[in-house]
Every structure is written in C-alpha cells, then in structure tokens.
Ligand binder design. Structure first.
Ligand code: AMP
Length: 291
C-alpha cells in the first residue's frame, strides 16, 4: 500500500507518464486520474480517496495551466507548493504525480484547442473569456495521455464538471467521470487554493457566499420563484461585503440552461451557482436546489 510513503514518484514528461501508466495497465491495474493545479487542500484529497476506491493505481496531476488564465488573471501569483503537495499526495496514497512544465504540454507550434459550445459560454465562460477552452484543451490532453479508467472532478467547479462530461461523450473518450461533493471549511467556505489570497477580514466575510446560496436554495424549495431568490442573493452578497457579483443564478442542473420565466421548485432539477469577488479575490460556489 502506498500510504505513508515520503513522496510519490513524479513524472515530468509525457514519455515518463506513458511508460509508468502503461506498465501498470499491462499488469491489469485500473487507473484513476485526479487533475489539479496544485496547492493541495482537503477538497483535492477527497478526489484522491474517490479515485483510490475505484482504481488500483492513482495518478494525480499538478499543472498550473497557462491557457485557462486570462491576461489580467492570477497565473503568475497562483500558489505553487510542489514539495508539500507531493507529501500530501503521498500520505493519501497517490502512486504517481504528473507535474509537467508548460513547454512539455504546449511545445512550440501547438495549435489545437477544444471548445465546448453552449455549456462553455455561460456563467464562468461569460465572465472569463477563453477559460473553458483552456480547461477543455488541457483536460482532453490529460485524458488522452493518461488514458485512465476513471477520472475524478469536484462539484465545487460544477460547470467544469458538466463540461468535462460533455466533451468526454462528444469525443468518445472511454473514461468514467466521477463527480465529488464539495469539501468545506468548518464555517462553510468551500476549500479552494485561492482562499490563501484572502486577508483575515476578507476570510471572515467569505462564508457568506455559501450561506447565501444555501438560504436562496431554501427559499426556492419553500416556494419562492427562483428569479426572486437570485435577486435577493445578489443583493445579500453585496451587503455582506462582496465587491462585485459576477453572477448568482439558478439554472437547469443537467444543462445549465436558463430556467423558464417564473420557474418554481418542483419542475426540472436546478442548481444555484454564484461567482463574486471579495477584495481582489474571486470566489465561486454552487449548491443543489433541493430540501
Ligand atoms: P483546482 O486545483 O482548483 O483546479 O481543482 C482540481 C480539482 O479539485 C477540480 O476537479 C476541482 O473541482 C476539485 N476541487 C477543488 N476544490 C474542491 C473542493 N472544495 N471540494 C471538492 N473538490 C474540489
């Protein structure tokens, strides 16, 4: 059993990754993949647990993907903590970590990208042009490279999870995509690598995002039209000290299509999703609309 090892093996190149995983696959092992951008927290580790429950070998990836950051976003500042990440992965039983440099993933002349129409254009896609094309391209590459039997993604990034399910179906990739419930701090704030950006005062206000989503969900379940509850949600976040609310919306849970005008609980399944900035840090979260 790998748990307790000092550090997992690290592959820096596509060739090293293929060689290692190929040997395990030929030995009959099912392979689980957990893609991350590093700065590993309890949410990432819950994905590792799910992968380990479904596969004999688990490969995690650490890659701060330059293609999913806009020019004014935090690519340079994004936390890079490889040494402690490797120790956390080792303690949780990760067998192999793929941690390539950008030039390994995007060599000179790289010209192909993957875009998921519709799903990739709403909400996060509207706020962050190019973001989902960056995500879809790197995830497609990782799924082709590692060819895992199962890959685990968090519901914390609910739109991303749906987009990955869509691209896997559309591109006929043979991998099972598993969604993992959002892991939260004791006060409800979703674990995120970007929480490290928050000052003490901002961190104290940040749980209002989840609280407000949950309160709006309860209101909708008890009969308030979704459109009213989301207006209330946006106002509440501003009152709670969020500088800007990019969106606070109820959408169809399966497609993220807008709900019909006047939609109330009891129709199709819905999801509440929000993105808002506190100080200079942009946080996202979402909840199911259910009792
Ligand atoms: P990231 O490193 O932020 O790109 O996230 C890597 C994976 O971890 C993605 O599938 C995320 O959805 C997932 N993830 C991030 N935060 C959480 C969380 N709090 N709970 C569950 N999964 C998460």
């Amino acid at each position: 059993m790998a748990a307790g090892r000092a550090a997992p093996e690290v592959a820096r190149t596509e060739a090293a990754l293929r060689e290692r995983l190929g040997a395990w696959r030929r030995g009959g092992a099912r392979i689980g993949l957990v893609p991350t951008m590093g700065a590993i927290h309890a949410g990432h580790l819950s994905l590792v647990d799910l992968a380990r429950a479904r596969a004999q070998r688990v490969c995690a990836t650490i890659f701060v993907n330059p293609r999913q950051f806009g020019p004014s976003e935090d690519f340079a500042a994004y936390p890079r903590e490889e040494e402690s990440d490797l120790a956390k992965f080792a303690a949780r039983g990760v067998d192999l970590v793929f941690a390539p440099e950008p030039a390994e993933m995007y060599p000179q002349g790289f010209a192909t990208s993957v875009t998921v129409a519709g799903l990739g254009e709403a909400l996060e896609g509207a706020s962050r042009p190019g973001f989902f094309t960056g995500v879809a391209t790197v995830v497609t590459k990782l799924l082709i490279l590692a060819a895992p039997d199962v890959a685990v993604f968090g519901e914390k990034d609910y739109q991303q999870l749906l987009l990955i399910r869509r691209l896997v179906a559309d591109l006929s990739l043979s991998v099972e995509i598993v969604g993992a419930p959002t892991v939260r701090e004791a006060d409800g704030l979703a674990c995120s690598s970007r929480n490290a950006y928050l000052s003490g005062a901002e961190r104290a206000r940040a749980p209002a995002l989840f609280r407000t989503l949950r309160a709006a969900s309860r209101e909708i379940v008890s009969g308030r039209p979704a459109a009213e509850a989301t207006i209330w949600g946006r106002e509440s976040l501003v009152e709670a000290g969020f500088a800007r609310v990019d969106y606070f919306e109820a959408r169809d849970a399966a497609t993220l299509a807008p709900l019909a005008a006047g939609w109330r609980y009891g129709g199709s399944a819905a999801r509440l999703l929000a993105a808002a900035t506190i100080g200079r840090t942009r946080l996202i979260d979402n909840v199911a609309v259910e009792p």
